[in-house]
Design a protein around this ligand. Structure first.
Ligand code: ZN
Ligand code: FE
Ligand code: FE
Ligand code: ZN
Length: 288
């Protein structure tokens, strides 16, 4: 069977902070030679929580329709799949489960977004170390719900609290988080969007990847594109870092079932790609 080289994390304009039509994302995937993409836009949440950065509950069917239309349009060229990025919020588990079960999703990402005002207000106690511990604990709890296939960008805390991010201490918290994730069988994401942030590194940071490999926790790669040009962006950096950390395969999900893809297939695809957008002049984006 042919390897399935997918970008498994990207957004749509329905969340209010992403641009481009869905077909633009699929076009970019075709241009880069990816086999498929999974739209994983931000789930609606109960009680109007952070409503300005996500689709409304009543827009979920429209989201599903738009992905289905894009899938039909690109049939035979790009395997377009339906996913969802679901914020883990303690107390919302059953509401989230209902949303996840309401549509035929291929893939569900669980996320903790420590910059959301509601999360900050609930957990920030004027102590960055305590907040870090809480953040990694929440991510472990997310994995333990069994609701999600993958935990997204598992050190995204660093982009919101970079000034007081204690890398050494957080590495210890990351290890504790990994020990709990390893018990669940849930995957972690190699999310390349950190490359275009101030931290200029993938999530999780390259030095954390061997800790994941050691524990046998599987990894899924995604760009977290909020712009079509970012589909697959940073995958060369991501794949190189994963190879260096000792990974031999990545997983991809369709119909909530995982498939293994040899890292060698990824290496072959990205070998002549440009490095991520931030470090490239726009003229070179579509070269090579
Ligand atoms: Zn977003
Ligand atoms: Fe996210
Ligand atoms: Fe995302
Ligand atoms: Zn994200």
């Amino acid at each position: 069977m042919k390897p399935s080289l997918f970008d498994s994390h990207m957004h749509t304009p329905l969340c209010g902070h992403a641009q481009g039509e869905l077909s633009d994302y699929a076009d970019e995937a075709c241009r880069k030679g990816l086999d498929g993409i999974i739209f994983t836009c931000h789930t609606p949440l109960p009680d109007g929580m952070s409503a300005e950065v996500r689709m409304k509950a009543e827009e979920l069917p429209e989201y599903v329709d738009r992905v289905a239309q894009c899938r039909a349009e690109f049939k035979g060229r790009c395997d377009v799949r339906l996913g969802l990025e679901v914020d883990f919020v303690p107390g919302y588990e059953s509401a989230l489960e209902k949303i996840i079960e309401s549509q035929p999703f291929d893939y569900i990402i669980g996320s903790v977004h420590p910059h959301l005002p509601e999360i900050r207000d609930a957990f920030w106690k004027e102590d960055p170390i305590a907040y870090g511990k809480t953040y990694f604990d929440l991510q472990a709890r997310a994995a333990e719900t069994g609701l999600f296939d993958t935990i997204a960008h598992p050190d995204v805390l660093k982009i919101v609290r970079w000034a007081d991010y204690d890398k050494a201490l957080m590495k210890e918290e990351f290890a504790r988080f990994l020990d709990r994730v390893a018990e669940t069988g849930v995957c972690l994401e190699c999310n390349t969007s950190g490359l275009i942030r101030k931290v200029q590194e993938i999530h999780p940071a390259p030095d954390l990847l061997p800790m994941i490999a050691e524990r046998g926790i599987p990894v899924v790669i995604g760009s977290d594109a909020h712009d079509p040009l970012r589909v697959g962006d940073g995958f060369r950096e991501g794949v190189e870092a994963l190879a260096e950390a000792g990974f031999k395969e990545l997983l991809v999900f369709t119909e909530r079932q995982s498939q293994s893809v040899p890292l060698d297939s990824w290496k072959a695809l990205v070998a002549d790609w440009s490095y991520c957008l931030q470090n490239e002049a726009p003229a070179s984006l579509h070269g090579g």
